[in-house]
Design a protein around this ligand. Structure first.
Ligand code: BGC
Length: 742
């Protein structure tokens, strides 16, 4: 049809041409007035161009958040926040968007109170138990997508503090006890996240290994031990991912608060590791202006106790160098350009609920560890099991999650509350509506599946006695802002399990915990699964494993000790007084610096398995341990020395079903290194059909074989004989070879 024949279409085309024309001319104008909008320039070039155009006030705006009730004064600008923990206004005249930050450890936090929805993945520690970098990437990518869908462009996730103290209430938010595993996993999560054009953040830098007295504690540790343990995890995470932000932690490290610790922030992070991004303080973790700024803190959260007017005045009067200010601003802007939040701002959209469930379930299946399976108790055969007793508090309706700033709101609210009354509050015990009872009924439609809460152990035992199989769902809740008094299951669950196991020899325990727990009943039950805080689809994942639709492959990212007495510090050092009272003056007292108390990590580098190995202490379940429904054998170890020693070996699936084996490679260093007996230096997750063999190669990064030489301030590969050990757990290493390096 000729154009003039349709006036309506004609009008549309003309309008379109005009609109396109305006867009083109405005983008041409933009390019002229905002030359930094050119994406072919480097993030650093773009940021420096913007910094040159900025007024002092604009620069100060980027240095701090806009406040948080109870923690700092609120600015009226906070009304533009998207509802996350942090908000930093943008600079519209220069085309710089606001920073909208949300906590997002295992999903986007506070969705409920903002009238939104987000997927709860299994807790981070479960992700680590998958030892699967692709799963880590998927984990980060899902969170990144949901952050964007909800209008956020920066995560506050990425916790990586090592499980030096398994009673730390945040262990579920972290990635286990080994720096190589934790560093590589957080790197994968950050890559997935930043690929969605969201600023990634790794936290809490550093040595925030306990919550008790976190705003006051001074952590004492020697430099070499710190570099080879907790700090190595950060070093690897940043190297792997280029995460654009690092959150400094609340505690003091060797005398100085982490957020004003020049060694941590400048000497190490910004100089040695060449970190180009920005450092933001944990919420209320800033304690000074000049000292913090000179030490390398770029941004204060949540408000402007130090980094607002006082910063401005100090620059105006010449007390603080303008170059220091510019460096902070440059780093924040370059991170925004590098992560893509300027070129590709988030568009609010509907979260992909179904897609999120699929990812959450897949990762839960990959992260659930089979710890015991006596006499092939599992998988259950639905055609042969006629009756099942499901026992445990709330196992009829849900699975528990970890609390604090990581807490994700479950769809429909807390499963144990009346519908619509399930708003989440700080440190509530939140149960996700993923029902073990229902999921198991789906798997065994022909069986009589009955439930008992376990409130009366005798009644639960009677039900168990009448069933073919008893499955107990046991839990231990934990959260930010608290540490666990012990590693025991609470609320008489040990007694419940013992009674049920005595009544039925076919008892399987499913653990919902964020950390290691002790198991006085371990010898009495026939099966144990560690499901961690299993997320939105935990019950479906657990049921798939119980009935063999999924062959478990996860391995423990932390040692399960036999008792607290075997920990490096049998008693956790708590602050002499409660850290703060929740009053309006609390933030002022934190900011001024609470009276210090000391914690000394004299176990040094001996974190987790390195401790138990060195001290010859038997454990309940070792690091790297996890069973499968098939079996594997290892053969043909070969180690080729060189810059990146090359370790090759063969793994064979010797059982009768397909599976995935996490093949672990450990090294022992020459005696002169005076290191613990072994350290993890690499691994490979190998998928194998029944009877199949595969040759595996693991190239070892020489840093993982090195010691940190404090005098030379460098990693050093000592000449000598290195032992290389390969196998399926840190204590089952059938292949051994020795290689001489240098
Ligand atoms: C936590 C951080 C969190 C921040 C913002 C702090 O209490 O330690 O991990 O990102 O709050 O919610």
């Amino acid at each position: 049809m000729p154009l003039q024949a349709n006036p309506l279409l004609n009008r549309f085309l003309i309008v379109s041409v005009i609109v396109l024309g305006i867009a083109a001319s405005s983008s041409a104008q933009n390019a002229k007035s905002h030359p930094w909008s050119n994406p072919s320039l480097s993030p650093d070039e773009r940021a420096s161009m913007v910094v040159k155009e900025m007024t002092l006030d604009e620069k100060i705006t980027l240095l701090h958040g806009t406040g948080m009730a109870g923690l700092s004064p609120m600015s009226p600008l906070a009304v533009h926040s998207n509802g996350g923990a942090g908000y930093v206004p943008g600079i519209p005249r220069l085309g710089i968007p606001a920073l909208q930050m949300s906590d997002a450890a295992y999903g986007v936090r506070s969705s409920g109170e903002n009238g939104r929805y987000s997927t709860a993945l299994p807790a981070d520690v479960a992700g680590a138990a998958s030892w699967d970098l692709e799963a880590g990437y998927e984990y980060g990518a899902l969170i990144g997508r949901e952050l964007r869908a909800q209008g956020y462009n920066m995560t506050l996730g990425g916790g990586i503090n090592l499980t030096r103290e398994p009673r730390n209430g945040r262990t579920f938010e972290y990635l286990g006890e080994d720096p190589v595993l934790a560093g590589k996993m957080v790197g994968a999560v950050m890559k997935g996240l930043q690929a969605q054009h969201v600023i990634g953040d790794i936290k809490h830098y550093a040595l925030n290994n306990q919550e008790s007295g976190r705003n006051a504690v001074n952590v004492n540790i020697d430099k070499r031990a710190a570099r080879e343990s907790d700090l190595l995890a950060f070093e690897i995470g940043l190297q792997e991912s280029d995460a654009a932000a690092v959150m400094c932690s609340y505690n003091r490290v060797n005398g100085d608060y982490a957020c004003e610790n020049k060694y941590l922030l400048t000497d190490l992070l910004k100089k040695d590791w060449n970190f180009k991004g920005f450092v933001l303080s944990d919420w209320g973790g800033t304690h000074s202006l000049e000292k913090a700024s000179a030490a390398g803190l770029d941004h204060e959260e949540p408000g402007e106790i130090f980094y607002g007017d006082d910063f401005k005045k100090a620059v105006e009067s010449g007390e603080m160098p303008a170059t220091e200010l510019d460096d902070h601003v440059q780093r924040i802007l370059r991170s925004m350009f590098a992560a893509g939040v300027v070129d590709d701002p988030p568009q609010k959209s509907v979260v992909d609920v179904v897609g999120g469930f699929e990812v959450a379930q897949r990762i839960a299946e990959q992260g659930t560890v089979l710890l015991k399976n006596a006499n092939g108790q599992l998988p259950l055969d639905a055609t042969k099991v006629h009756s099942i007793a499901i026992i445990g508090p709330h196992a009829d309706v849900g699975m528990i999650s970890g609390g604090g700033s990581a807490q994700v709101d479950p769809p429909g609210g807390n499963a144990i509350m009346p519908p619509g009354k399930g708003n989440t509050h700080w440190q509530d015990h939140i149960w996700f509506p993923t029902s073990p009872l229902k999921s198991i009924r789906v798997k065994a439609p022909g069986a009589k599946v009955q439930f008992d809460s376990g409130a009366d152990p005798a009644a639960a035992a009677a039900l168990a006695k009448s069933a073919d199989v008893a499955i107990i769902f046991a839990h231990k809740w934990e959260s930010e802002g608290m540490d666990l008094d012990s590693l025991s299951l609470p609320d008489n669950q040990d007694e419940l399990i013992a009674k049920v196991a005595a009544a039925n020899p076919h008892t399987v325990v499913v653990l919902e915990t964020g950390t290691a727990v002790t198991m006085p009943w371990a010898d009495q039950v026939s099966g144990i699964l560690e499901a961690w805080f299993a997320g939105s689809r935990g019950a479906e994942a657990v049921a798939n494993i119980l009935f063999g639709d999924v062959n478990p492959s996860a391995k423990l990212p932390m040692t399960f000790p036999r008792s607290e007495a075997d920990l490096p510090h049998p008693t956790l050092v708590k602050s002499p007084k409660a850290t703060i009272d929740a009053d309006r003056q609390g933030w002022k007292r934190i900011a001024a610096g609470l009276p210090v108390f000391q914690v000394t990590y004299d176990e040094g580098v001996k974190v987790g398995y390195k401790w138990y190995d060195a001290e010859n202490k038997p454990v309940l379940f070792p690091f790297g341990y996890g069973l499968s429904y098939t079996t594997y054998s290892y053969s043909n170890l070969n180690v080729t020395p060189g810059k990146n020693p090359h370790v090759t070996f063969t793994v064979t699936n010797t059982g009768n079903r397909a599976g995935a084996e996490i093949a672990e490679v450990y090294a022992s260093l020459p005696a002169a290194a005076a290191e613990p007996p072994k350290r993890l230096v690499g691994w490979s997750k190998v998928k194998l059909n029944a009877g199949e063999s595969k040759d595996v190669t693991v190239d070892v990064d020489p840093k993982y074989l090195s010691i940190f030489n404090v005098e030379k301030n460098a990693w050093e590969l000592l000449p000598g004989d290195y032992g290389i050990m390969v196998g399926g757990s840190s204590q089952t290493l059938p292949l051994k070879a020795s290689v001489s390096l240098k």
